[in-house]
Design a protein. Structure first.
Length: 158
């Protein structure tokens, strides 16, 4: 009788462990199959980007990195503009809440915002222009081909 009771208790645990093991195995198999079926991530050029970003994106990697370094070095200028934009947003909310509502004040704030955006864009524009000027004829050819493909240039293996 104790043998039957012992076999019954052991049998229950074995069944539970088998079910758990099967569940874990199915989960792992699902992850492996999912990973195998998923296409590898390939960064492509965004379709809805401004002209400066599009033109910068097609540059060879070392030139993109140099533009990034230059813009990071000028981050104080960007930070000042971003703080001013935050202030304009607060002003915009206040103007929109005012009664009587005055669209001229909204237009004025939008114009100030546009000027700030343009000044930030000028920093990126100038950095891009300097990098294009420094391209060698060979790099310019790669750049032209990349612009034609609307994709990033292929990286040469080192």
């Amino acid at each position: 009788m104790t043998d039957n009771l012992q076999k019954t208790k052991t049998g229950k645990w074995v069944k539970i462990l088998l079910v758990l093991s099967l569940g874990v195995n199915l989960m792992v198999a699902g992850l492996v199959v999912g990973a195998a079926l998923k296409e590898p991530y390939q960064r492509s050029s965004p379709k809805n980007q401004d002209a400066i970003a599009f033109l910068s994106y097609a540059l060879p990697k070392e030139h993109r990195q140099e533009i990034r370094r230059e813009l990071v070095a000028r981050r104080d200028e960007f930070q000042t503009s971003r703080q001013a934009l935050r202030g304009l947003r607060v002003e915009m909310i206040a103007v929109l809440e005012q009664e009587p509502f005055e669209i001229e004040k909204v237009a004025m704030l939008l114009e100030q915002q546009r000027v700030l955006f343009l000044s930030m864009g000028e920093l990126a524009h100038d950095a891009l222009l300097r990098r294009i000027e420094q391209l060698t004829p060979e790099e310019r050819t790669v750049y032209i081909n990349s612009l034609r493909r609307d994709a990033r240039p292929r990286q040469a293996s080192n």
